[in-house]
Design a protein around this ligand. Sequence first.
Ligand code: TYD
Length: 427
Amino acid sequence: MKAIVFDLDGTLTDSACGIIRAVRYAIDKMQVEMPSDELISKFLGPPLALSFREYMGFNHEEAVKATEYYREVYNTEYWKYNKVYPGIRQLLISLKKNGHRLYVVTGKPMAIANKVITHFKLDHFFDRVIGPDENQYYDGKCASLNAALNGNKNAIMVGDRASDILGAREYGIPVVYTLYGYGSIEEYNKFGADFIVNNVEELYDVLNCPKAKYKGYFISIEGNDGSGKSTQRDLLRDKLVNFGFDVYATREPGGTPLSEKIRGLLLDRENNSMTSLTEAYLFASARAQHVEEVIMPAINRGELVLSDRFVDSSVAYQGAGHELGMDIVAKLNAPAVNGAMPDTTVYLDLPFENAMRRRQENSKADRIELYDYSFHERAQNAFHKLVKDNPERFISVDAAGDAETISENIFARVIERLIDKEKVLCG
Ligand code: TYD
């Protein structure tokens, strides 16, 4: 049971994009010539004021001024460009599950570090977060390590820069140097660390922790044609990926080579003699292949599956739209679904007339979209019934308004469920 101390930037989160933008902003404000990209990339990692002095030749006052400019944009806006490295969430879950205590010790001001950790919902993993106080002299990582660990030496530091190596050495604990961050093999060779890793996966061995195996999570996203589903699916996927979730995005009908061929049959406007029952079976058979070949394996690997439509579409469109019966279509699909019901279904609720209007603007309507008004109206009513009957599973979202606001709303509700699950997994 060790204390494991992580650096933040370049170890847990990738903040390159926001930092580089903010450094450029500060240099621009200082009215000096913009240096090369290569030189600006050196700002990633070490304390800022130091970088302004070392790389820009600023004196103390200039470095302080430039740092102020930097903070003006980074602390308010640009920090949001951060991303959690892929694999980090699973690593943190595994470490917690194994009883380790986790800490963050960073060169970033404590307030901003906390903001990043809270924003990315990483706070439940850490016992303590220590960083410099913006208004006080920063006396380095060793002092911060002491503040985090209270002298405990049964610990290991994981970081990506010389300051991490030197701080850990001074404090008297081993250090793992992460090459996937902003460090380099040259820096490692110069300062030497106890361990070096090329990627997050290699941390399991070095930290002597087995990778936790757990069932993934299944999210489907539903809505009438014209509800903005594809846009919302993409925005949700991007946000989840930035938060470090291992997302497998897929769609129905489709998601496997064979299911995509069935999709072709289903949506082809030439197949206008297709009976309702044929249609229902074709959707179900595409689904059977999708579940077995793609969805179940991904869930068993611990991934987060995000499917654009799933069985609720069949229940609504074929069951209610074609009046085959919602129950009958649900039963017909049961062997195809094979127990793999979504943990969460996001339903985009758009007043029927709005969806209809958007649909009519779409000149490339597929075979299903060409069904008449009453078909789509019945499908929408069926979705409402499904939402009402399954309040635990569904997240129903008002889909009128601007895409980013709708996306924020969806994300806030989805992430709450994912974090609840993560907390259970951590034990
Ligand atoms: P989709 O690819 O979501 O189309 P769009 O992006 O244009 O909304 O779905 C294609 C069509 O198939 C859509 O009209 C809904 C319909 N559909 C069903 O009727 N039953 C089903 O089981 C599924 C998955 C989709």
